[in-house]
Design a protein around this ligand. Structure first.
Ligand SMILES: [Zn+2]
Ligand SMILES: [Zn+2]
Length: 151
């Protein structure tokens, strides 16, 4: 089976011509489901920063250190609460380890793709990472199922 979370090369530079610098292509996937919504590069809602430190389950803003909300639904909107069903459990002992690109950089731009159900709720989540220093791309969350949490 192909490891969809392996790194791949993308356009280099912080301001790539493609909005998202290849992230939208990474998240679009073959066939592109009709109800799939792909975001551009996500921006921290608290401080406007667009680079994040990434651990096994969450992305943290480099500006204010607050989580993006990949794991609890905040990434989609303040009204949304979900629990992420891990597509692959992180290896023991790596949960707090900071992810690095193959060249060793540890700050990433982040974009998400949401697959919506018939009722408009998010059913599945993919999150892509892009190293702005060298353009490396990787899926962080690969089409994981999300379970709504009663608020
Ligand atoms: Zn922030
Ligand atoms: Zn890098």
């Amino acid at each position: 089976m192909e490891d969809t979370r392996a790194w791949s090369d993308g356009p280099k530079g912080a301001e790539a011509a493609d909005p998202g610098g290849g992230l939208s292509g990474l998240l679009g996937g073959p066939g592109g489901a009709a109800r799939r919504a792909v975001t551009g590069v996500l921006v921290c809602r608290y401080c406007g920063e667009e680079q994040f430190e990434v651990t096994a389950r969450e992305c943290f803003c480099v500006g204010c250190c607050l989580p993006l909300g990949v794991e609890d639904g905040d990434v989609y909107g303040p009204e949304t609460a979900w629990r992420l069903r891990p597509a692959a459990a992180p290896a023991p002992g790596t949960a707090t380890e900071v992810l690095r690109c193959p060249a060793g950089h540890d700050l990433f731009q982040v974009a998400a793709a949401y697959t919506l159900g018939a009722d408009g709720r998010v059913e599945r989540l993919s999150v892509g990472l892009r190293c702005p220093a060298d353009g490396s791309l990787r899926l962080f969350v690969d089409d994981a199922r999300v379970e709504p949490v009663a608020g």
